[in-house]
Design a protein around this ligand. Structure first.
Ligand code: MEV
Length: 459
């Protein structure tokens, strides 16, 4: 699947950053600044983002700021275009692992993605209904009137978004008695859409009460955004997995077996999907998106047939000579490239810029712009949110591939140990070049302990 260029997306450079991790922090910053054409102010913000005053305007009871490492997932080729992936995460190995999996995927032409329209569901709960069938029919017969009431954002409809459809579900037997649930389907364009959905639900509730003869209870979006999904596929030749210790054919078979385990077993599926979210959440956080919403929706989606399962499919394709590993991930992904923290948080703005999204400055950096501004919902009609959801799906699949490849071969501890040893060396007081030296010695000795690192520092 190939798609046309999206304006502002950087696509004439390679994301294949060989030896990026070996460069100094200063070199890495300089390279990324050049890649994303960051201004000097933006480059400075990579190191020091929101100030305490800005934080105080974002949430309540602020007493400080909590900083996270901001790293770059390299080597991504998505729909024929190179991407560097901004990731905010505290866990060692995640960024290195996703970059190595993205490199493997390049051997198969990279990732191919797709997504639905950005349609969110807003729910209205109707109680005290005397005749559910009659009320349901009355609501369905007045669909256009209800959608008109729910159409509260002229700017969103100007961009082709807004309420598009309506469904009525009956819950005949709940502990609180029978209820009718109305779903408004709202195209939120480039916004995550919580504000748009909640406003629409509240606006439509009075007419729904009138039509049903009932009483409106909750009016709120559903985080099971199963109408707003993204998917990604990859197909990698077995030989790309060859190493001195393992044949590629054995590795891809191991990955397929690992996936089968996670499809069949809820305990494994939970860990498997957690690994996907190592990547997904890191991009959501870096871009100022609501990772709790995406997690909630994706886990519910993973259990849609009644059993919680792996979100991915990995299987071996082809025959003897030409075997490949095919992988696919599909999940609900309600994200925005406008509104909320995506534009008001300076780091999120920079993350979007690194991904190639145009930053128009309409919701600029500054303490006055930190709230959830429903009006920013509709500033962009460029399908940025769709694209972001596809990129995030690709990161999730790559992260999963990295984990399964390690688990199906040497196990994950070997890779983890390298970074863990660095942290142990730092805890023991190592600085500068000594960190790598001590870490290497700890690994070579098989004793990654702070006491040993202290001893080594004294010699
Ligand atoms: C660790 O953060 C994630 C993994 O456990 C995922 C997996 O087991 O697939 C390695």
């Amino acid at each position: 699947m190939r798609r046309p260029a999206i304006s502002g997306i950087a696509h004439n450079r390679s994301s294949r950053l060989e030896g990026f991790y070996r460069r100094s922090l200063e070199d890495r910053v300089a390279l990324i600044s050049e890649w994303a054409a960051l201004t000097s102010e933006e480059t400075a913000l990579l190191a020091d983002s929101i100030g305490p005053r800005h934080a105080d305007l974002m949430i309540e009871n602020v007493v400080g700021r909590f900083a996270m490492p901001f790293g770059i997932g390299a080597n991504f080729l998505i729909d024929g275009r190179d991407y560097l992936i901004p990731m905010a995460i505290e866990e060692p190995s995640v960024v290195a692992a996703v970059s190595s999996a993205a490199l493997l995927a390049r051997a198969g032409g990279g990732f191919s993605t797709g997504s639905t329209d950005p349609v969110m569901i807003a729910q209205i709960q109707l109680l005290d209904i005397a005749d559910a069938v009659k009320s349901k029919n009355a609501i369905l017969a007045s669909k256009e009137r209800i959608l008109a009431c729910a159409n509260t954002s002229p700017s969103l409809s100007r961009l082709g978004g807004g309420p598009q459809g309506l469904e009525v579900r009956c819950l005949p037997d709940t502990p609180a008695g029978p209820m009718l649930i109305v779903h408004l389907l709202i195209d939120c364009r480039d916004a995550m859409g919580a504000n748009a959905a909640n406003t629409a639900a509240e606006a439509a509730a009075p007419v729904l009460e009138q039509l049903s003869g009932g009483r409106a209870g909750l009016r709120i979006l559903s985080n099971l955004s199963d109408r707003r999904r993204a998917w990604v596929e990859v197909e990698i030749p077995a030989k790309a997995f060859d190493s001195s210790d393992y044949s590629g054919r054995d590795v891809i078979r191991g990955i397929a077996e690992a996936n089968a385990f996670a499809v069949a077993d809820i305990y494994r599926a939970t860990t498997h999907n957690k690994g996907i979210f190592n990547g997904v959440d890191a991009v959501l956080l870096a871009t100022g998106n609501d990772w709790r919403a995406v997690e909630a929706g994706a886990h519910a989606w993973a259990a849609r047939d009644g059993q919680y399962r792996a979100l991915t499919d990995w299987h071996v394709r082809g025959c003897e000579e030409g075997e490949t590993l095919y992988g696919r991930l599909e999940l609900p992904l309600a994200v925005g490239t406008v509104g909320g923290a995506t534009r008001s948080h300076p780091s999120a703005r920079i993350a979007l810029k690194i991904l190639g999204f145009e930053i128009d400055g309409t919701n600029g950096i500054g303490p006055g712009n930190c709230g959830h501004d429903g009006d920013t919902v509709a500033r962009s009609g460029s399908h940025g949110a769709k694209r972001l959801s596809e990129i995030i799906a690709a990161v999730g699949l790559a992260q999963n591939l990295a984990a399964l490849r390690a688990l199906a071969t040497t196990g994950i501890q070997k890779g983890h140990m390298r970074l863990h040893a660095r942290q142990v060396a730092v805890s023991a007081g190592a600085e500068g070049e000594a960190v790598e030296y001590i870490a290497a010695r700890l690994i070579a000795e098989g004793r990654v302990r702070v006491e040993r690192a202290r001893e080594l520092l004294q010699t």
